[in-house]
Design a binder for this molecule. Structure first.
Ligand SMILES: NC(=O)c1ccc[n+]([C@@H]2O[C@H](COP(=O)([O-])OP(=O)(O)OC[C@H]3O[C@@H](n4cnc5c(N)ncnc54)[C@H](OP(=O)(O)O)[C@@H]3O)[C@@H](O)[C@H]2O)c1
Length: 273
């Protein structure tokens, strides 16, 4: 069934994108990876790479036109490229926040706008937006990242209503901490941490410790494959912990979720009131 399916994945140069490109190619999909620098990728058999900087309209448009000219169609779009930003919300400049949104929200928007006309014409398609558990949970000292993923969730759920009649659906893939370079690559807010320094350091250490022992990106890639091959569901937490967090968010009292999150993010007991 996968033999003729054409998949486009952004951010295919590392982490979840690279693992997904490899696994989908191994499973017979025609995979086109969008990367910022095709010269720097570790080539994967069965994956073809093109330049796609998701913050650049022309780059996205050229990339999608290239895939369509090579493959004639795009069955599945995986909006995976993403960046993170660490720092207190108060210390974040609007331009720093805009940079994150330009990749994490407007990047998918650019890709969707470029790909949808061909999917609508074919009356078939699947768009998988790689969100995060931080698309439905808060994240102290990653507030801009979390808000970009919350925004992606709102965009995805709204879009799904608009395009369903064309037989195109949108999925939100929601991984929890995954052992990739996302946190290493994360920018830090330029302004000194100031009054937030002690707590921000504790939170950053707690997050880094979680990522070191987190599942590999292959686990998320396997979830993406299962999403493509399985029955449609809008929200797809990736892995046991993400599923648990998704259920906790929906069914647990808000104060219990709040306390548990504060523990995860390295906050002491005294500041919970
Ligand atoms: N790791 C986690 O704990 C975690 C948890 C939940 C969700 N996620 C999400 O998973 C996705 C993949 O992240 P990852 O963990 O695999 O991190 P990663 O290893 O840092 O990969 C991020 C990818 O995005 C690409 N990228 C960044 N800016 C781009 C741009 N402007 N245009 C095109 N590509 C760009 C990077 O390309 P370059 O090589 O060119 O930099 C890289 O391939 C992200 O959307 C992230 O938010 C990750």
């Amino acid at each position: 069934m996968s033999q003729n399916k054409v998949v486009v994945i952004t951010g295919a140069s590392s982490g979840i994108g690279e693992a997904s490109a490899r696994l989908l190619a191994q499973n017979g999909f025609q995979v086109f990876g969008g990367v910022r620098n095709p010269q720097r990728v570790n080539a994967i058999p069965g994956v073809r790479y093109g330049t796609a900087d998701v913050t650049d309209d022309a780059s996205v448009s050229d990339f999608v036109q290239w895939v369509l000219s090579e493959a004639g169609k795009i069955d599945i779009l995986i909006n995976n490229a993403g960046v993170s930003l660490v720092g207190p919300v108060e210390n974040t400049s609007v331009s720093e926040a805009q940079t994150v949104f330009d990749t994490n929200l407007f990047g998918p928007l650019r890709m969707i706008r470029a790909v949808l006309p061909s999917m609508r014409a074919a009356r078939s398609g699947l768009i998988i937006n790689v969100s995060s558990v931080l698309g439905f949970l808060p994240a102290p000292f990653m507030g801009i990242y979390a808000s970009s993923k919350h925004a992606l969730e709102g965009l995805s759920e709204s879009l799904d209503h608009e395009i369903r009649e064309f037989n195109v659906r949108v999925v939100l893939l929601e991984p929890t901490f995954t052992n990739t370079k996302l946190d290493v690559n994360a920018a830090q807010t330029e302004m000194p941490l100031g009054v937030y320094a002690t707590q921000a350091d504790a939170t950053i250490k707690a997050v880094q410790a979680q990522i070191r022992t987190a599942p590999s990106p292959l686990a998320v890639a396997e979830k993406i494959l299962a999403v493509i091959n399985g029955p449609y569901r809008m929200r797809q937490p990736a892995g046991g912990q993400a599923t648990l967090l998704s259920r906790l968010r929906r069914f647990m009292p808000a104060n219990a979720v709040d306390s548990s999150l504060r523990k995860t993010f390295g906050f002491g007991k005294r500041s919970t009131s």
